[in-house]
Design a binder for this molecule. Structure first.
Ligand code: ADP
Ligand code: MG
Length: 603
């Protein structure tokens, strides 16, 4: 063994640098965070060759006092805390005082800085942590740090660098995260002389989203804003129809710091509940603000994992924030004219453009066959449409009486905030509803399936119906064994099943709406779920999905007017119902404006 001796400061710094500065992106992160701590409103990051040959970070922050410039590069030199108790109230990104020292130890650094109150600034250059020169300099307010030839003196680290483009991508990610976390700061990124990112710094996160995610996705995001139990959650999240196959577009911030957090991720995705198809993930930009005391900021700066002293208030505020934001969205997805045109393209004759008069005569003729309930209705159900005056679309061609019978009002015990009229059934599959200058098309199967599912998860069980005559089903020995073993699960799902001898089982009770000839299949499907899922909650959830679907009204099924109204009422009154359990849209809408445009009534 060699003699034991204390390492010299340069070696200590080089080792420390390995922890703080892993790659160009980590140096960028540290320097940009320093600029944020310095109160900058504009931060420009410039890189060449992925940041290996050059990183330049320019800010318009408070600058560094001339006498302190050299000190800033000493290990453990910080202006942000004085003693350990300061950590409990920390609002800055940095506090360890090791970033500048570490970066300088493994590169060639040039710094110019000036405070607003000073007339002259300071220029300092270092190489491998050693000061080469220091002088007064005329320069703008703020700080510019240039880092050249990163890792020039640590070839082992250099060896780990990826292609320039990969390193540049890491830098971009860092800048994007900071830009999302600090909408009040204008960030600019220049890569090999080309500007690749510029945020306006308006303070409104909504203005940052298009820069990071593009206009289309940004326009499909909804605002989250929730405060509960001392926790504030705000941000933007994608609507359920715009989901992704992975979570790379999820960004979480706690007190401005970008963090990885399974707690936030799970509770946010739980807020979407049944609105997303399995394997799909929302785009999330969520900022959580909590008293600094409730987090442990002392975790390693590169790990970015957050620890909450009590995660309950955080997860619950995130969950409710997300859920409320989604529920506040309009009930139906609006169909834009472009989408309609593209749908119609596939068919040779999309519209038969007939003169209104003829068209209505035809509609009414057809109605007599298809919408048979119109003729059976009692007078009381037909109330004059208050919109009939303004529905100029009809007025020349349709008498008031005709119009009244065309649009049926719903019974008046409805919650009046959602005033609507059930018009009828289309293709025996969709329910037409007039609501607030919109024509809504509700998918009857998806809607009924969803209603059933909501009832099931509310009760966490299905109330089966006792059969007059038991249904006898055949099961293999192992399956039969399993049915008896999981008798309780089956009972919660509405099934009462007993052994009947010789591979036969008697189903004495089962969920209503399940047809008798699909009982055997349903039981086998439930057994599959039991085999595939360990968690009883998962089994129940999936079984609820399946039974809700099996028992729901199918497409191509003619319904009476009362049935249509009953179904629509249940959808409208339950604000949770937005999508069917599998995440398909439940309703689409055509605005009156769109229809009038198509008929060239308005331009
Ligand atoms: P920390 O950020 O943990 O305090 P750093 O090594 O990153 O440690 O920075 C050391 C000190 O240098 C900071 O505490 C701050 O006072 C000063 N400093 C660094 N960068 C800037 C900047 N861009 N503007 C003003 N002051 C800065
Ligand atoms: Mg710092």
């Amino acid at each position: 063994m060699n003699k034991i001796q204390v390492l010299d400061i340069t070696t200590v710094n080089k080792i420390a640098a390995g922890e703080v500065v892993e790659r160009p992106a980590s140096a960028v992160k540290e320097m940009a965070e320093n600029a944020i701590d310095a109160g900058a409103t504009k931060i420009t990051v410039e890189i060449k060759n992925g940041g290996i040959s050059l990183i330049r970070v320019t800010d318009n922050g408070c600058g560094i006092r001339a006498e302190e410039v050299k000190t800033a590069f000493l290990p453990h030199a910080t202006s942000k805390i004085r003693e350990i108790s300061d950590l409990e109230n920390l609002f800055t990104m940095g506090f360890r005082g090791e970033a500048l020292a570490s970066i300088a130890a493994v590169s060639k650094v040039e710094l110019i800085t000036k405070r607003k109150e000073d007339t002259l600034g300071t220029a300092l250059s270092l190489e491998a942590g050693e000061v080469i020169s220091e002088s007064e300099a005329g320069c703008p307010d703020g700080t510019t740090i240039v880092v050249k030839d990163l890792f020039f003196n640590t070839p082992a680290r250099m060896h780990f660098m990826k292609k320039d483009s990969a390193e540049a991508a890491h830098v971009t990610e860092v800048v994007q995260r900071l830009a999302l976390g600090y909408p009040n700061i204008s960030f600019r990124l220049i890569n090999n002389g080309r500007e690749t990112l510029l945020t306006p710094g308006t303070g409104d996160l909504k203005d940052v989203l298009p820069v990071i995610y593009g206009n289309e996705l940004a326009s499909k995001m909804v605002r989250v804003d929730c405060e509960k139990d001392g926790v504030k959650v705000f941000g933007y999240i994608s609507k359920p129809e715009f989901s992704r196959n992975n979570r790379t577009m999820q960004n979480f911030f706690v007190n401005g710091r970008w963090v990885k957090s399974k707690e936030i991720q799970y509770s946010a995705e739980a807020g979407y509940k049944t609105m997303l198809m399995t394997g799909k993930h929302p785009v999330l930009v969520l900022s959580v603000e909590i008293p600094p005391m409730m987090t442990d900021v002392n975790v390693h700066p590169q790990k970015m994992e957050i620890k909450f002293s009590d995660e309950k208030p955080v997860t619950s505020t995130v969950f409710w924030g997300v859920q409320n934001a989604l529920l506040a969205e309009p009930i139906a997805r609006e169909v834009k004219s472009a989408e309609i045109k593209s749908t119609f393209k596939s068919e040779s004759k999309p519209f038969n453009v007939i003169k209104p008069k003829e068209s209505f005569e035809q509609i009414f003729k057809k109605e007599e066959q298809t919408f048979d309930f119109f003729s059976q209705e009692s007078e009381a159900l037909f109330t004059p449409s208050k919109e009939s005056e303004e529905t100029s679309f009809f007025d020349d061609n349709l008498s008031e009486g005709e119009l009244e019978s065309y649009i049926i009002s719903t019974p008046h015990e409805e919650k009046e905030e959602f005033d609507y009229k059930v018009i009828g059934q289309l293709f025996d599959t969709y329910i037409l509803i007039e609501h607030d200058n919109e024509l809504l098309l509700l998918d009857q199967h998806a809607a009924h399936e969803r209603i059933r599912y909501e009832e099931m998860i509310r009760d966490r069980q299905i109330f089966g119906q006792v059969l007059m005559m038991p249904e006898i089903i055949n099961l293999s020995a192992t399956d039969g064994e399993m049915v008896l073993e999981h008798k309780e699960t089956f009972e919660k799902l509405g099934f009462g099943i007993d052994a009947f001898g010789q591979g036969k089982y008697a189903v004495r009770q089962m969920p209503d709406d399940i047809s008798e000839d699909s009982v055997e299949n349903t039981v086998i499907s439930i057994l599959e779920l039991i085999k595939q899922n360990k968690n009883p909650e998962d089994i129940m959830d999936k079984a609820f999905f399946m039974i809700a679907c099996k028992g729901a009204i199918k497409a191509n099924h003619s319904m009476t007017k009362m049935e249509l109204q009953g179904l629509v009422k249940q959808v409208i009154e339950n604000e949770k119902i937005r999508t069917c359990p599998h995440g398909r849209p439940l309703m689409i809408s055509f605005s009156k404006k769109y229809i009038e445009k198509e008929f060239k009534r308005i331009v």
